[in-house]
Write a protein that binds this ligand. Sequence first.
Ligand code: GLC
Length: 485
Amino acid sequence: MKSTWSGGGADVGVVYQVYPRSFQDSTGDGEGDLRGILARLDHVRDLGADALWTSPINVSPFADGGYDVADYTAVDPRFGTMADLDALIAGTHERGMKLLLDLVPCHTSIEHPWFRDHPERYIWSPTDGPANNWLASFGGGAWSPDPGGRGWYLHSFYPQQPDLDWHNPAVASAFAQVLGFWRERGVDGFRLDAIDRLRKDRELRDEPPAAHPPRLPEQPELDRLEHTRSRDQPDVGAALAALRAGAGDDAFLVGEAYVPSDRLGRYLEHLDRCFCFELLHADWRPGPLREALSRAPERAAWVLSNHDHPRLPNRVGAANARAAALLLLTLPGTAVVYQGDELGMADGPGRTPPAPPDDRFGRDPYRHPMAWDTARNGSFTTGDPWLAVVRPSGGSVAEQERDPGSMLHLYRDLIALRRTLGPGLEVLDSRENVLLVRRGEHLVALNVGDEPEPAPAAGELLRHTHGPARVGDTLAPGEGFIARA
Ligand code: GLC
């Protein structure tokens, strides 16, 4: 079942991110699964997505929502079977879309058999204690004692996620095989998790105290160090080259490197796209947005939300959610839409007390299930959902389908329009609170301030954030349009 797609990686226009636990349940156990995704594929196709990326579906004890993998070439039973995955691959291809899996190469689950049988594939402290001052991204030190008494191991994230040693060639060849395995089954590409952590300083030297605030936000505790030894090493390309070789030249590879845009070059040498986190974190004000856009690399994968960050209405404000969609979907290259953004979904409450949070790092609110219609639990599940189904203020999918003024229709219209936009991205001078972007023959304008602004002069209106045919002399706060230049 080899993929027939040979268009070259870079031509994926819109990627739709599915958080598989929260998309659609087909068994009644309250959690989404692969059969559920298959049943809802028409929604993704009708949106106009070119590819579907699903967060990890591999066997996992779920200490980090599946980003702790215990078997890279098997499907976790909570999501279904390999036959279900084959059906999903076929279903996406039948609808003209590609399927991208999430590959987690930085660390395994502590329950992966490698950790027991191949300790040499991991990073161990030379002393009986932490080797240095490195910190884990979710808090605390990055070293923990092995429960089996073999010493202290490194973990960039939770202690249940021991870091692999990418200086060991056995690690690279094991992953090349994993990638080849999935390509054989028809998978078209991968989202590569946490790749700025693949290589670390060989000598495990201490990180120096921070001289400046971080350019991408971190846990406050992490701000005090400059992460020059534990991340983003000059030789990371060697690891990425091995991943590329395993995936093949025609696989679409999009990397998650949590580094500022001007440091993405060494990753892009081997990948088709890298997420541009500077735009995701930019304050919704003209200055920071202009700066993030002008610094972005040419092959950015634009992303404004995902399963790790507060949802758009909570970050940019509900009043700006439509303008955010307009900006995201008119930028050139690849745009990534996180499930539920097309409904204007806001953060949910997380787990209902006294149930403890599922994610210890507090990311449950960004991971609530989809509301498909007005039936019980939005038809996400016939059982008890693992997180409550929260109806978006603009309504469920079925309600928004019927409302031409809905967020869902805005997303569909913009994605359709996006296909007609040529290359080029130029941030133009404009009134202070108006972001004005030239996209070839087109002009995108949005009011990112708090006061009405005169609408910039433009040609034929193609889409307004608040109605297909709305024209006027002013742009209210949160309004925008795309027009012919
Ligand atoms: C990435 C994932 C995040 C996960 C982390 C560790 O940042 O997006 O969800 O917790 O890597 O794998």
